[in-house]
Design a protein around this ligand. Structure first.
Ligand code: ADP
Ligand code: MG
Length: 269
């Protein structure tokens, strides 16, 4: 099977060498609680970026802001050179309309800790729904893509099963296939294995690894240190809503600069 036919399209790099995603000094607060404090991050086409950090450091908030599930209080984000969440009219920035936001969000897919498959739909329908309803893909094409993706992740025989008949690991792999089926330019993962029994974690990490190998641009919030080390190109460490370190994966683990990261890595084994 070619990558083209599997729906795992490898996009060319941005022609001008600029990042696919740029997060600049983003601030976000919930009441008095500062969740992001001038967080910055660049993600280039084809990169896998792992985000690590203690609980409450702002990892989820960062990816949720990128996906515009949360609004930001300061700073800016751009994607494919286009400002996220705002439009500029005659020199003034205005929040995007809902339609504009939906259009931007169609180019991203997020995979959550809780896979949230629709329980009353088959695996196949869970995967084909968004391509058909949101992206205008024909039923035949959506079905073809879904079957190829299922084949690729080793779940071809589950196409007509309902989520309740699948293990948690299988459900999360289907959720990942669903995210990929819309051919996003970037995949965002927020602790995709944290809700799973330990023995089911590996199969999900393997699925993610195959996506990385196929050239997908991925931002992965994870506690899986070994996965980050092996699969990520860059690792980012967050603490107190800030990006404290952002380094090539090898350096991140062998030569942590900050005391906080050293301590974190020691504790994470
Ligand atoms: P992480 O994913 O790294 O564990 P989060 O991004 O979930 O961290 O949270 C960062 C901070 O923002 C925490 O102090 C958290 O309590 C707070 N926070 C996150 N989401 C909300 C929310 N919806 N309402 C209030 N506080 C929130
Ligand atoms: Mg989180």
């Amino acid at each position: 099977m070619t990558m083209e036919s599997s729906g795992l399209i490898v996009q060319p790099r941005m022609a001008d060498g600029s990042p696919l995603l740029r997060v600049s000094n983003v601030r976000k607060r919930f009441g008095d609680q500062v969740a992001l404090d001038r967080a910055s991050l660049d993600v280039y086409e084809g990169e896998v970026v792992a985000i690590l950090g203690p609980s409450g450091s702002g990892k989820s908030t960062l990816v949720r802001c990128i996906d515009q599930l949360e609004s930001i209080d300061g700073g800016s984000m751009s994607f494919e050179g286009e400002l996220l969440g705002f439009e500029e009219t005659r020199g003034h920035l205005r929040p995007l309309t809902d339609a504009g936001r939906r259009r931007q969000r169609r180019r991203m897919s997020m995979v959550f800790q809780q896979f949230n498959l629709f329980p009353h739909w088959t695996v196949l329908r869970n995967i084909t729904e968004a391509p058909m309803r949101v992206h205008g893909v024909s039923a035949a094409e959506a079905r073809q893509r879904a079957l190829e993706l299922l084949e690729r992740i080793g779940l071809a025989d589950k196409a007509d099963a309902y989520p309740r008949h699948l293990s948690g690991g299988q459900q999360q792999r289907v959720a990942i296939a669903r995210a990929v089926a819309v051919r996003p330019r970037i995949l965002l993962f927020d602790e995709p294995t944290s809700a799973l029994d330990p023995e089911l974690v590996d199969e999900v990490l393997q699925t993610m690894k195959s996506l990385a190998a196929a050239g997908h641009t991925m931002v992965v919030v994870t506690h899986e240190v070994a996965f980050a080390r092996e699969v990520a190109d860059r690792c980012v460490f967050m603490a107190n809503g800030r990006v404290v370190e952002d380094r090539p994966a090898d350096d991140f683990f062998t030569d942590p600069r900050s005391e906080r990261l050293r301590t974190f890595l020691t504790r994470s084994g």
